[in-house]
Design a binder for this molecule. Structure first.
Ligand SMILES: Nc1ncnc2c1ncn2[C@@H]1O[C@H](COP(=O)(O)OP(=O)(O)O)[C@@H](O)[C@H]1O
Ligand SMILES: [Mg+2]
Length: 265
């Protein structure tokens, strides 16, 4: 059984009084232990596709029209809000681009992590703290005991991103949806964080849906690539094939722009 199977997904965006189709007939599968990269230019529909999986879209502005989103065989689109809450942050973890919008600025890192642990397990504060500190160590946050007492603004971008990943992994997810998790970071930190994700992936047999517009990241970390263009998947291939033999004009353009950048360095 596939970990995640999105079938015939259609999303519409509000336009005036009505909705007009935007994401059309999206199909893909993420197997356990594998990374599927979703690439495409800004505004093509990557984030709304990700958000639809856990139904984190505002129904006033974006509507799921059709399709099924099977997680380990169960259609998430048929679940109640309560059942979805059980899955969010537990079986399915999410990491977003900007940790400052996901971390609450008025609470310490520690209290947010403890709360995340206690949302998933009925454990004492001391046990939750121990688990939170272990997870901070696991994502290689330096001096985790000190970080635990600090506030988001006191951490560097890379550290905050690690905290976000720690938070997403605390529920021991089986699928991770990472929407441009390292885009805001410099290249070295980005590589460190992605390598860390791969290491955790192997340890936990995680399936990862990784949104990125960085083809270097794709080449290094993905098993399969989906290229999205104007709300449709226009090309899909194992990562090697895509780089060697791109088919769609948009994919060719994307690759050419990377090669040009590489050449001018
Ligand atoms: N919360 C929202 N409400 C209404 N429209 C949105 C919202 N989020 C994104 N959109 C629109 O959906 C389309 C796809 O956006 P998005 O999925 O964020 O693109 P990407 O992640 O590929 O850059 C865009 O036209 C964008 O303006
Ligand atoms: Mg996006």
């Amino acid at each position: 059984m596939s970990r995640l199977e999105v079938k015939g997904l259609h999303l519409s965006l509000r336009e005036g009084n009505g909705f007009s189709p935007f994401v059309e007939d999206v199909n893909f599968t993420v197997e356990k232990g594998k990374t599927v990269a979703l690439v495409g230019e800004s505004g093509c529909g990557k984030s709304i596709t990700c958000l639809s999986i856990l139904q984190l879209l505002d129904p006033e502005s974006i509507r799921i029209d059709r399709g099924s989103i099977l997680f380990e065989g169960k259609d998430l689109l048929t679940l109640s809000q309560n059942e979805l809450r059980q899955i969010r942050g537990n079986a399915i973890g999410m990491v977003f681009q900007d940790p400052l919008t996901s971390l609450n600025p008025v609470f310490s890192i520690g209290s947010q992590l403890v709360e995340a642990v206690q949302n998933h397990h009925s454990v004492s504060y001391a046990q939750a703290k121990e688990k939170a500190i272990q997870m901070l160590e696991c994502v290689r946050v330096s001096r985790p005991d000190i970080r635990f007492t600090e506030y988001p603004y006191q951490l560097s971008g890379g550290m905050r991103q690690r905290v976000m990943i720690a938070m997403a992994l605390l529920g021991e997810p089986r699928l991770l949806i990472a929407d441009e998790p390292t885009t805001a970071l410099d290249v070295t930190i980005q590589a460190q964080i992605l390598s860390l994700l791969v290491e955790l992936q192997q340890k936990m047999n995680l399936g990862i849906l990784l949104v990125t517009h960085d083809l270097g990241v794709v080449a290094e970390f993905a098993d399969e690539v989906l290229v999205m263009y104007a709300g449709r998947i226009v090309e899909r291939a194992p990562v090697q094939d895509l780089f060697e033999n791109p088919q769609h004009p948009y994919t060719k353009k994307l690759l050419a722009s990377v090669l040009k950048l590489g050449g001018s360095r």
